[in-house]
Design a protein around this ligand. Structure first.
Ligand code: AHM
Ligand code: MG
Length: 289
């Protein structure tokens, strides 16, 4: 089953193929390199390798005009005038790559925007994440639907159609150290802890896929020491917000849908991120207001 938009289909096919290779190429690339990414975080060899592999392949697609990634400072233009008015892609090549050290789950995130970068989440035409778990899966949201695939040998096989969050939430996961949480968020978290089960693995894609599977809420809040939070709007907040909203949930920065946030600080802007079942996000916004 292919996606009706040919450029989105090319991106999804490229991601599916590359994910198998990325997974295999992680062996031997777990070590830290003597570099930091533009957000000041330690990079591992695999971060840089996956970024280069995806940049080369995604920029080669006709109709993709820009590539940006969490692992490189500047936006890359395709340099091809025929594609100059095309879609743009923002990528987190290996989300949660610090989990490589402890051999735990990680992901790859791709957002396809119909606007120059940085763009609003409302400009997304598709978003997908790959989860490198015991098996490799991909969740793809387009303007039509949300589907889950298994990825093997470069091929994708759809295993679920019209994915929606279950109505009765079961799990929650919140990032940051508790003493660094604001009082308002701490109070909300204390209530949620009595209602739901903790699932926090240190890779957003693993934690978000728990929410998609069982219902609940994932959040990385603004902290006392860092009110803007940790996660990045273009590479993490927007695509995950888009996927969750297409699957019937809500996204928020604590005040409004992530998809309505106007980027104002360039491609690496950070934002508090909350995604999950609508009633849980509504309660959170009331609590934080
Ligand atoms: P990364 O993309 O540089 O790996 O950072 C993002 C990750 C998210 O996947 C995860 O939710 C968060 O950082 C975990 O942070 P912490 O280690 O503070 O819990
Ligand atoms: Mg990330």
């Amino acid at each position: 089953m292919t996606v009706s938009d040919p450029v989105v289909e090319a991106v999804v096919a490229t991601l599916s193929r590359s994910a198998t290779e990325i997974r295999q190429g992680l062996v031997g690339r777990r070590g830290a390199v003597d570099e930091e990414n533009p957000s000041g975080e330690t990079q591992v060899e695999a971060d840089i390798w996956a970024d280069e592999l995806l940049a080369e392949r995604l920029l080669a697609i006709d109709g993709i005009s820009q590539y940006a990634s969490e692992e490189r400072e500047a936006i890359v233009d395709c340099g091809d005038t025929a594609s100059a008015a095309g879609y743009t892609v923002a990528v987190d090549p290996l989300d949660g790559s610090s989990n490589l050290t402890s051999n735990n789950a990680m992901g790859t995130i791709v957002g396809v925007y119909d606007a120059p970068l940085p763009a609003r989440g409302e400009d997304l035409v598709a978003a997908a994440y790959v989860l490198y778990g015991p098996i490799t899966t991909m969740l793809l949201a387009t303007e039509d639907t949300v589907s889950e695939y298994e990825l093997t040998g470069g091929e994708r096989r759809r295993i679920r159609e019209d994915v929606t969050l279950p109505d009765d939430p079961v799990v929650y996961g919140f990032g940051g150290r508790v003493p660094d949480w604001t009082d308002a968020f701490t109070q909300y978290a204390r209530e949620i802890e009595t209602e739901l089960k903790l699932r926090y693995g240190g890779a957003m894609i693993g934690d978000v896929n728990q929410v998609v599977t069982y219902g609940g809420i994932f959040g990385y809040p603004g902290l006392e020491s860092r009110p803007e939070g940790k996660l990045r709007l273009q590479f993490e907040g927007n695509p995950i917000g888009y996927i969750i909203e297409r699957a019937g949930g809500r996204s928020s920065n604590g005040e409004q849908s992530l998809l309505t946030v106007e980027p104002s600080e360039g491609i690496h802007e950070r934002t508090p991120v909350f995604v999950g079942n609508e009633p849980l996000i509504d309660r959170l916004e009331t609590q934080l207001s």
